[in-house]
Design a protein around this ligand. Structure first.
Ligand code: AMP
Length: 299
């Protein structure tokens, strides 16, 4: 595996079909699943690792976001990644950028309400990665469903010749969706945080049993989160997957997203409802069979 710091070096190392996995690092099995999907389908696997200041608001966790390039290099190499592109700030933003990419309406709901400017900062850096790295495919997690919708629409609107591929959510054994931010949680908060996925599983059970009311599904998830004293629920919203608009009824492809504060972490999770033979089936993601590597030394 080659570790490079410039867009030009990373671009020059491509051959055949290149799959890009954009990340902010501190890898867990969710990231590794994207690398593995890219490895299975592409000739060159290129992973970008950049904690993008543009997508953090004032008072958010930019300064304490977990970073460990040595650890990430080992994990990426073991996953068969060809190129790890880990630029310094000056490579991505040599000058104060004056251009921003904003994807109207898709970015204003859900996390966009709590994090003004977040999706604009994210879409701007992803557009730079798409332009500068010229991969044919990009692999993103459905964990960040709104991000996936924004990136898909941005790539289509700006005519980037890239296919954006959404991959399933990877969960811990007890259901908690993997996130680099889970390292902020104390042991008690870590246990309480399962209320998000528990709420989603209850709601998707109700949907599988025939419930189609958006309000009922949202209430089921909110109630489960609200019963947990260490969890401060922000929302549960049934959301149309492409336009990211609230859906009153489960009658088309969509996702139920929850957001909550647990201690100092803001966590999000979702269940997608995907079409299968004229039916909408909940996709609950995949569960690890052992504790995540987030909590152990990597060597
Ligand atoms: P991040 O480093 O958190 O910005 O995430 C990089 C990519 O990994 C994004 O496309 C995320 O959606 C994806 N990702 C993060 N957590 C998970 C997860 N638990 N399962 C699947 N993909 C994930």
């Amino acid at each position: 595996m080659k570790l490079v710091e410039t867009l030009a070096e990373a671009r020059d190392l491509r051959s055949g079909v290149t799959g890009l996995v954009p990340t902010m690092g501190y890898f867990h099995e969710g990231h590794l699943s994207l690398m593995s999907a890219a490895r299975a389908e592409c000739d060159t696997v290129l992973v970008s690792l950049f904690v993008n200041p543009l997508q953090f608001g004032p008072g958010e966790d930019l300064d304490r976001y977990p970073r460990d390039l040595e650890r990430d290099s080992q994990l990426a190499e073991a996953e068969g990644v060809d190129v790890l592109f880990a630029p310094a700030l000056r490579e991505m933003y040599p000058d104060q950028p004056r251009t921003r990419v904003s994807v109207a309406s898709l970015a204003s709901g859900l996390s966009g309400r709590a994090r003004p400017g977040h999706f604009e900062g994210m879409a701007t850096v992803v557009a730079k990665l798409f332009a500068g790295l010229q991969a044919e495919r990009a692999y993103l997690g459905r964990k960040d469903a709104q991000q996936l919708a924004v990136v898909r629409r941005m790539a289509a609107d700006l005519s980037f010749p890239i296919e954006v591929i959404g991959c399933p959510i990877v969960r811990e054994q007890d259901g908690l969706a993997l996130s680099s931010r889970n390292v902020y949680l104390s042991p008690e908060e870590r246990r309480a945080a399962t209320a998000l996925s528990r709420g989603l599983m209850l709601a998707s059970d109700a949907a599988a049993a025939g419930e189609t009311s958006g309000a009922a599904l949202e209430e089921a998830a909110m109630a489960e989160m609200g019963a947990e004293p260490l969890v401060e629920p922000e929302y549960a919203e049934l959301t149309e997957a492409e336009e990211v608009t609230r859906l009153p009824r489960l009658d088309r492809p969509c996702f139920l997203e929850v957001a909550a504060r647990v201690g100092s972490a803001r966590l999000i999770d979702n269940v997608h409802f995907l079409p299968h033979d004229d039916l909408l089936m909940p996709d609950r993601g995949v569960r690890l069979s052992a504790p995540s590597l987030l909590y152990r030394e990597v060597s």
